[in-house]
Design a protein around this ligand. Structure first.
Ligand code: ZN
Length: 433
């Protein structure tokens, strides 16, 4: 690199860095710029340069909603407040003024707002007042370009005029010549569950929108398929079958709630066999038959037909309500959780969300004594009623369950595990787990 080129490069760099700094500004240019600036400053009145001006006040009304727009010369800061007697909102726009020619009283009369008023509250503040007829809430914000204050006022939502009537079918198990489980002291399941169902009916009948239907209201035998038919004929919104548990193990105790689905759990199959009036051996034979036919299809039919998500939600609400309330009066109770098994009484292609509750063990001496008492039955009835009400008031199912994929055929290990339906850990388990 020669010396001359080095200087040239340096100059190029200097120009890049400092622009034309080396060239002094012409005095005439400076004078002209200064004059322009002064002229500009004095052409804008000092007042308007400082303060935002209200340009216009507008409003739109629609169903349940009113929008008020305050057009401004520039964005402002504002404060807002709601006052009562009479009910009104006001917004103080800081550093603002309202010209005399602006219409400062705008009647609205849409059922939400009576009117919008504006005025110079003090030399620096414009106050906008919205006189309210009925309001639920409001939102106010400044938009730029062009500047405006937007106030959205929402009306109180009208009371729901459409009343949804819910039909609950309660199914006290057994009856007539079928006593169900019988305790050591002779307490019969059929009497306990009928009494509990009648108590639930009494509680739920106080709800204006719930109609309760019982599959039996006296000591009479009704076949399992007739019970589910009642749910279908009444177009029930849910079906709750009420039972008391029994086990060859007298120490077995606690509460469990079932929904309709395939299971491999020995205890669940035993419970289903007893409630289905078949022997454990026959129940296993029937299941083996299902398995050899086309288990994958049966499982997907079960998922589709039994409104699984809703049934899981219903079972969880009832189980947790039962356990938490019973535990207060019977500390030794056990939360056996939400389980699944195949119950004939819950079968039917169009059944509503359905569960079967085993409220305590008649075979356990202590629980037999409790089940014989009116107060314990009252706690159980109240708990189930409360679970049903919670289910109705919840809009969506609480959790999803595993969906059985097509092609899952006869592989016992691929079946949905009981954990899929548990809200809380329980002692339920599948064979081989
Ligand atoms: Zn039973």
């Amino acid at each position: 690199m020669n010396k001359e080129q080095g200087v040239k490069d340096c100059n190029a760099l200097c120009v890049m860095r400092y622009g034309v700094k080396e060239k002094p500004l012409h005095p005439l240019f400076l004078f002209t710029a200064l004059c322009t600036l002064i002229t500009l400053l004095f052409s804008i009145p000092l007042d308007a340069a400082d303060k935002a001006e209200i340009k216009n006040i507008r409003s739109w009304s629609s169903q349940g909603y009113t929008r008020v727009i305050i057009d401004l010369s520039q964005p402002v800061e504002f404060t807002k407040k709601r006052l009562s007697s009479p009910d009104r909102l006001y917004f103080d726009l800081k550093n603002s003024k309202i010209p005399r020619e602006i219409q400062n009283n705008l009647p609205v009369g849409d059922g939400i707002l009576k009117s919008v008023r504006a005025g110079q509250f003090d030399p620096d503040t414009v106050r906008i007042v919205l006189d309210l007829e009925t309001m639920d809430d409001f939102n106010a914000y400044i938009l730029d370009d062009p500047a405006k204050l937007v106030i959205d006022v929402n009306a109180k939502k009208p009371e729901k005029l459409v009343v949804t009537r819910r039909v609950v079918v309660l199914d006290p198990g057994h009856g007539g010549h079928d006593p169900g489980a019988v305790g050591k002291k002779g307490l019969q399941e059929k009497d306990v569950v009928l009494n509990v169902a009648l108590k639930i009916k009494e509680i739920l009948s106080k709800e204006p929108n719930i109609e309760v239907v019982l599959t039996r209201d006296r000591d009479v035998f009704i076949r399992l398929e007739e019970r589910s038919l009642i749910a279908l004929q009444k177009e029930a919104d849910l079906f709750v079958s009420i039972h008391a548990n029994a086990s060859p193990n007298r120490g077995a105790r606690g509460i469990e709630t079932y929904l309709q689905n395939w299971t491999n759990e020995e205890e669940a199959i035993r419970v289903a066999a007893r409630e289905n009036y078949v022997s454990l051996k026959r129940m296993k034979e029937k299941m083996a038959q299902y398995k050899s036919d086309d288990l994958g299809k049966i499982l997907s039919d079960l998922n589709r037909d039994y409104k699984r998500d809703e049934s899981v939600a219903l079972a969880n609400y009832i189980q947790s309500s039962l356990y938490s309330n019973v535990a207060r009066v019977h500390a030794k109770t056990v939360n056996l959780g939400v389980k699944q098994a195949m119950f004939f009484v819950l079968m039917g292609a169009s059944m509503p969300p359905s569960i079967l509750a085993e409220v305590s063990f008649v075979s356990n001496p202590e629980e037999e004594r409790l089940l014989a008492s009116d107060s314990y039955r009252g706690v159980i009835a109240k708990s189930i009623a409360s679970g049903i009400k919670t289910y109705f008031s919840s809009s969506a199912p609480v959790q999803k369950v595993a969906v059985v994929k097509k092609g899952d055929r006869g592989n016992w290990d691929d079946l949905p595990r009981s954990a899929d339906v548990h809200a809380k850990p329980s002692r339920a388990s599948f064979a081989g787990r």
